[in-house]
Structure formats: C-alpha cells, structure tokens
Design a protein around this ligand. Structure first.
Ligand code: ZN
Length: 165
C-alpha cells in the first residue's frame, strides 16, 4: 500500500500504551499490533486475533447484521479460548487518531485520561479478561450492551489504580 505523508498512522504513544497494558494483563507472550485504516468511517477500532499461519479472527458483536456474523463470532471466541493466536491487532480508523484525543467521556469519575486510552484498554480486556456471557434472556443488543458496560467498568477500575512502575 502506498501512503503519502498525510495518511494518518497510529501514534507511537498509543503503541507503547497498548504494549505496557498487554504485559500487565497477562498478554506478555503475544504480539500487540496497532494498525490504522485511513479510509474507514464508523467503527473506531476493530479487534482481530491473528493465527500463526495468517488466519484472522475478527471480534464480531452478537447484534452484527453481517451474513457470516455468527460464524465469525464463534471463530473469534474459539481462537481466544484455545489461545491459537500469536498477535492481537487493534485496527484504528484514521479519523479516530485525532478524535480519540479528547478527555474520556465514558468514565464519570477517577483520574482523567484520553478517550483513546480507554478504548484501547477495553479491546485488550476483551482478549485478556473477557466478561462472562450474559444471561440467555437478553436480546443480542442487550447482551452486547451489558458486555460493553462490564468492560467499561473494568477499564475505569484499572485506570483508577495508582500507576505501577
Ligand atoms: Zn475512560
């Protein structure tokens, strides 16, 4: 791919942040890659697990309307459970590289941090410490919302801890 100098890339600071949290969360033996999709609009970050032979497992919401959403979601969960991936890739949309620098509006308390830090840590938690499956009675949308809320609480908790050396 040819990129000119105006093409957004993920700042080094984001990479360093993701690596250090991955280590703290027990993902020290996995590669952490932050890539950038300059032309994607909509979803700010896409989470993928990459297998040793280049297989891609894309995190897929329960409520996704993609034709193969159920298969994709199952493949992701299987790769996660079996640990059959070497690399965790967080693919950041180009527009979000600048939009993510605002103060976090997801957390209502605790020390201030940039929103991108919250978003990156949330994706790492999906891999390192995924919330339990919500109860069956929920619709797919409700289950997605419940999972997101659980992850956001965990992120807020982690970010309110004193920094470790
Ligand atoms: Zn936050």
């Amino acid at each position: 791919m040819i990129r000119d100098y105006e093409t957004p890339t993920v700042p080094t600071e984001w990479q360093t942040y993701a690596r250090s949290w991955a280590d703290r969360l027990g993902l020290g033996d996995r590669q952490i890659v932050l890539s950038c999709s300059p032309d994607r609009y909509g979803i700010a970050v896409v989470l993928r697990l990459l297998g040793p032979d280049g297989q891609e497992y894309v995190f897929t919401r329960r409520s996704s309307e993609a034709d193969d959403a159920a298969e994709r979601r199952q493949a992701f969960l299987t790769a996660l459970r079996e640990g059959s991936y070497q690399t965790v890739e967080i693919d950041v949309a180009g527009y979000y590289v600048s939009e993510g620098t605002v103060p976090c509006s997801i957390c209502t308390a605790g020390p201030s941090h940039a929103e991108w830090q919250h978003v990156i840590l949330r994706e790492l938690l999906r891999v390192a410490d995924p919330p339990p499956e919500p109860a069956d009675a929920l619709t797919p949308e409700e289950a997605d919302d419940a999972e997101l809320a659980a992850l956001d609480r965990q992120v807020a908790h982690l970010l309110s801890q004193p920094a470790q050396a």
